[in-house]
Design a protein around this ligand. Structure first.
Ligand code: ATP
Ligand code: MG
Ligand code: MG
Ligand code: MG
Length: 482
């Protein structure tokens, strides 16, 4: 089943059940203090907060999202993209737990021939918040899941709150079992390689106060209007339905991976490190395409910096695969072709997208070239030093750090080039300098935190008191170039 077909089925299903279909909002939210749209609920926050009356009781969307905090997972887990699409259904004071659970089960398990997603109930598991007996009862009543496949989990995974006084409530998550070859038989509570989270149901149920942290607060009553916010990962369902191993192998992503492999003369599946690089490239090219299409351009701060990091990672990963020249003019059109059926604006904006992306690549390749000169000089003097003083030649950690910090060189690349020349790198000094830099960044972030505490998706809630939204996910971005 093509990704676009899953999207179509999702929207049809909820439209037929009284939901207004709302087109995806931009990746760049209206609010400058929110880096990107990180979840399907973001555009609906004014209605979920109750401050602005919702123009409909039920809505559904397939929302473009960017999550930078998942960047380190990309290519290593099967399920984390920096760009992905979240299918959502929302109830604003209309149906609640029972409705949300019934809809989810029906859509997932209705056979494909009847318009559903055709999952076998035997492959599904569910988690509920450990004190949410109501959700447990509703799952037993409205699904064919046996009690053993409904696991109770704690607040850390199965509770949603903003960390501020205001709305909060338990979650229930739905998982797909990839099978015994992927891990042990203990359910999602014990293993997130074998059991892939596909859908999260959030029951916005309570008013909380006396909030000490995201997990430590007092429930002071029911919300006057209880809301439903759900998110199903389109790419996760697509990879399962398409019978491939991960979200980078689906129809919307795989063509880029294949083109990168062809450019590098590599066979996907032959080497674990190369495979991760190919998946990173495929993911990041798509994120770059979608971000530039939504108007983001590379810069040294904020959103533009995230875009720059993503594009640089593509170049560096290509280089580690052995491609030293430009490759964006090969990769971006392939990504456009894979995405334009779902997002026709990507084709319309492609002149702009390609100009921005190719110019950025050109600049970075120049920066890399000057870094390589510095490294070559350091290697030469290390070899000369070793010759005169005896012992093994080694590039000092300061140079490796300078290359990383100023020239955007990952230490991996430094190691590789040095190794080719038969020279080692002082990794201990490099690691110490990196740690110092991380500590500085942490202290800096702490100092800034006060100023940034209100991630203003929930800005409207401030009218209700101290409430602020601190995100579905914390929107951290490290100081590292990579
Ligand atoms: P995980 O625990 O696997 O990181 P999550 O709990 O962070 O997922 P949610 O915040 O609940 O994810 O988002 C709702 C749904 O969106 C998830 O159930 C998943 O299907 C999808 N999703 C979340 N993050 C990503 C991502 N980085 N790439 C692809 N899909 C994602
Ligand atoms: Mg996550
Ligand atoms: Mg999760
Ligand atoms: Mg979740």
């Amino acid at each position: 089943m093509q990704t676009a077909e899953i999207q179509r089925r999702w929207l049809n299903f909820f439209e037929q059940r009284g939901h207004t279909v709302v087109p995806s909002a931009s990746l760049v939210s209206d609010d400058p203090s929110l880096m990107f749209t990180v979840a399907g609920m973001v555009p609906f926050v004014p209605y979920l907060s109750g401050l602005v009356p919702a123009p409909y009781d039920r809505a559904t969307s397939v929302q473009k999202c960017i999550r930078t905090n998942d960047i380190e997972e990309v290519g290593k887990t099967p399920r984390h993209g920096t760009f992905f699409q979240m299918c959502g259904n929302f109830s604003f004071g209309d149906y609640f737990k029972e409705g949300a659970i019934k809809f989810a089960w029906e859509l997932l398990t209705t056979p494909e021939a009847d318009g559903g997603l055709g999952f076998s109930p035997d492959d599904l598991w569910v988690t509920v918040y450990e004190e949410d007996e109501e959700a447990l009862k509703l799952w037993l009543e409205h699904s064919s899941l046996p009690l053993e496949r409904i696991q109770k989990l704690g607040k850390d995974t199965n509770y949603w709150s903003t960390g501020q006084p205001g709305p909060a409530g338990p979650c229930s998550e739905i998982f797909f079992d990839l099978g015994p070859e992927y891990g042990i038989d203990g359910g999602p509570a014990t293993d997130d390689d074998r059991y892939v989270e596909i859908w999260n149901l959030v029951f916005m149920q309570y008013q909380i106060a006396d909030v000490k942290s995201k997990l430590d607060f007092t429930i002071v009553g029911d919300l006057p209007k209880q809301n439903i916010d759900t998110g199903m990962g389109l790419e996760r369902v697509a990879f399962i339905k398409q019978g491939v191993q991960n979200m980078y192998e689906i129809d919307q992503v795989r063509p880029v991976l294949d083109r990168a492999a062809a450019l590098a003369g590599k066979t996907y599946g032959a080497n674990i490190d190369d495979d991760v690089r190919l998946r990173v490239i495929a993911d990041h090219v798509r994120s770059g395409l979608m971000l530039i299409s939504d108007g983001v351009t590379p810069s040294n701060e904020g959103r533009g910096y995230i875009l720059r990091r993503l594009l640089r990672r593509v170049t560096l990963s290509m280089r580690l695969l052995g491609v030293e020249g430009p490759s964006f003019s090969e990769l971006f059109p392939v990504s456009r072709d894979a995405m334009q059926a779902a997002y026709p604006d990507v084709a319309e904006n492609f002149d702009f997208i390609s100009r921005v992306a190719y110019a950025e690549e050109k600049t970075f390749l120049r920066t890399l070239a000057s870094g390589i000169q510095i490294l070559d000089t350091a290697i030469e003097s290390a070899v000369a030093g070793a010759k005169s003083a005896g012992g093994a030649a080694s590039v000092d950690g300061d140079t490796a750090f300078l290359l990383h910090d100023t020239h955007g060189f990952p230490v991996e690349l430094t190691l590789e080039i040095a190794e080719e020349a038969g020279v080692s790198v002082d990794r201990d000094v490099f690691a110490t300098l990196m740690q110092e830099q991380r500590d500085r960044a942490k202290a800096d972030a702490k100092a800034k935190k006060g100023q940034r505490a209100d991630l203003a998706v929930y800005k409207e809630l401030r009218g209700l008191g101290e409430t602020a939204f601190v995100g579905y996910d914390q929107l951290t971005h490290e100081s590292r170039v990579l």
